[in-house]
Design a protein around this ligand. Structure first.
Ligand code: ZN
Ligand code: MN
Length: 134
């Protein structure tokens, strides 16, 4: 794998990864697109999507799917829990300790092999709470 095309592809991927590593907003693909475009004005949204998929498969980032709403991306590939605001879509990282024992409990309960789990807490963020009390 040599040549210009490969180099450019790698640079785009690095720019995407950097954009994600430098934020904690858990952005959408479109946000990443706008951010990378500041440095690489000719990058396409399709390229962004392709690279986000590749980075997810490589384990460099996480794809967070929230039911019917659009997918968000996390530059932190390590397991951690999130709080999600149901009103504004804010996603916060939680310092809550991981609970690997849950995997064993579920394995014992249903006899299937559990490898990992995701845990999200839903509600209203402080900003949305403020808005509602006015
Ligand atoms: Zn909110
Ligand atoms: Mn996160």
């Amino acid at each position: 794998m040599k040549g210009k095309g490969f180099v450019r592809k790698t640079k785009q991927r690095e720019a995407i990864l950097e954009a994600l590593r430098n934020t904690d907003v858990h952005p959408t693909a479109d946000w990443v697109y706008q951010e990378v475009r500041k440095e690489m004005p000719h990058v396409s949204l399709g390229t962004i999507y392709r690279n986000l998929k590749t980075l997810t498969e490589m384990g460099e980032i996480q794809e967070l799917c929230f039911g019917s709403t659009y997918t968000r991306f996390d530059g932190n590939p390590d397991d951690h829990y999130h709080f999600v605001c149901e009103d504004c879509g804010l996603i916060l990282d939680l310092g809550l300790e991981l609970m690997p024992e849950l995997d064993d409990q579920v394995t014992q309960e249903i006899g299937c092999q559990v490898k990992s789990h995701r845990l999200e807490f839903y509600g209203k963020c402080f900003e949305c709470l403020k808005k509602n009390s006015n």
